[in-house]
Each structure stands twice: as C-alpha cells, then as structure tokens.
Ligand binder design. Structure first.
Ligand code: MLT
Length: 208
C-alpha cells in the first residue's frame, strides 16, 4: 500500500452477504479495540480496523484537537481525506464493497466528517457518542445513506444539543438518520450493541 496506509487489522468476511465494517476506535484505542464489537453486531462481516495516526500524549486518535470537544478542523479535513484514501485502497486490496463505519467517540467523529467530506466512501454509519466534527461542513449529498446515531443522555463530553445538531446536519444532507438517546454516559452499554445489531441486520441497511 502507499504512504497513506494506516496500521490496521483486517478480518475477511465469513458471509459474503454481510456488509463490510470500517471500525474506528476512540481516543487511546487501537485497531484491536472494536473487533469484538464488530463481530457481535454483524457476525460474518469483513472487518477493516485502522489505527488513528495522530498521537495525543501517546494516545492514538483520528485527528488533532485543541481541547476536549474543540477540534483542529484543518486537521479533521486532512485526516478524513487520508482515511477516505485508505478505505479506497483497502477496498481494492481486499475486494470489498463500500463499508459501513462503526465509530466510537473520536472514531465516530471522524466517521461523521468522512460522511460530510467524502459522501461516496461509506455505505452508512453507526456513530456511537458522536459530535459535530466541522463547524462549517460542505453541502454533502448523502442520498439516503442509513446512519444510526446513539448518544448518551448523561454524556459529559457530548452535550445533547450537539448530538441533535449532528443528527439534523446529516438529515439535511440526505442521510436516513435514526437518532436514539440512551440512558448512558460516554461509555458504551449493552443497549448500544443490541440496537446496532438490530439496525445493521435490517435489509435496507445492507442494501444501501
Ligand atoms: C474527540 O476528541 O473526538 C471527542 O472529544 C471525543 C473524545 O475523543 O474524547
């Protein structure tokens, strides 16, 4: 692969009919973190799991931030484009259809940026504890792509108004957004797993 390559794990599909998943970890995670989640929510899917290339005090992330919840938006744009290039290369190398992103926290935020900046890269997305990644995103055309946004009612990092704004932004861009607010904080709960699994097994999410 080219210099745009990310360190990553790839698990081939066990079931050719299941959509490939692009797994995007949270701050301080790595390419191993979400493999178990991916297997639980879509057994049989190919799993493509890159490690974020930005280090914050040694912790991998997908883009730089200036403070918690305050993003270096030039870096968001640059890194989302790099991730888009990586997905294109990985699709060729591994023979994959466009993946559904499954992102947690910082990984959900880069997935949201990717949807807005390069709408063709993803077939859809599960965004776990995501927030608005860009204050002035380009007008994206998401053409009915399915997006599941799961927020935590007591999330100390993502205010309710912010996740509602993200849902509106993605809907306005044409995505079919299913936004649920769970009785949870920033961490994932069993409900995230169950809802994600149910959502992804719907035929329309697979067909997107
Ligand atoms: C971010 O920086 O993307 C968000 O604040 C979530 C996090 O990583 O804590």
């Amino acid at each position: 692969m080219t210099e745009t390559a990310f360190i990553h794990r790839f698990e081939p599909a066990g079931d050719a009919g299941s959509p490939p998943l692009l797994l995007l970890h949270g701050t301080g995670g790595d390419e191993n973190d979400l493999l178990g989640l991916g297997q639980m929510i879509s057994p049989g899917s190919a799993l493509l799991s890159p490690r974020g290339r930005v280090l914050e005090h040694g912790m991998p992330r997908f883009f730089r931030r200036l403070a918690e919840g305050v993003f270096d938006e030039d870096d968001v744009r640059r890194r989302a484009n790099e991730l888009g290039d990586f997905v294109a290369e990985a699709r060729q190398r591994y023979g994959l259809a466009a993946p559904i992103a499954v992102g947690f926290s910082n990984g959900a935020n880069i997935a949201a940026a990717l949807l807005l900046l390069q709408p063709d890269v993803l077939a859809g997305a599960i965004l776990l504890r995501a927030m608005v990644p860009l204050s002035d995103p380009p007008k994206a055309a998401l053409g009915g792509k399915p997006v599941l946004l799961l927020s935590g009612q007591a999330d100390p990092i993502v205010p309710a108004s912010n996740s509602a704004r993200l849902a509106a932004l993605l809907s306005d861009a044409g995505a079919r957004v299913d936004h649920k607010v769970l009785p949870a904080g920033h961490q994932l709960s069993q409900a995230d797993v169950t809802l994600s699994r149910d959502w992804i097994s719907k035929a329309d999410a697979k067909a997107a």
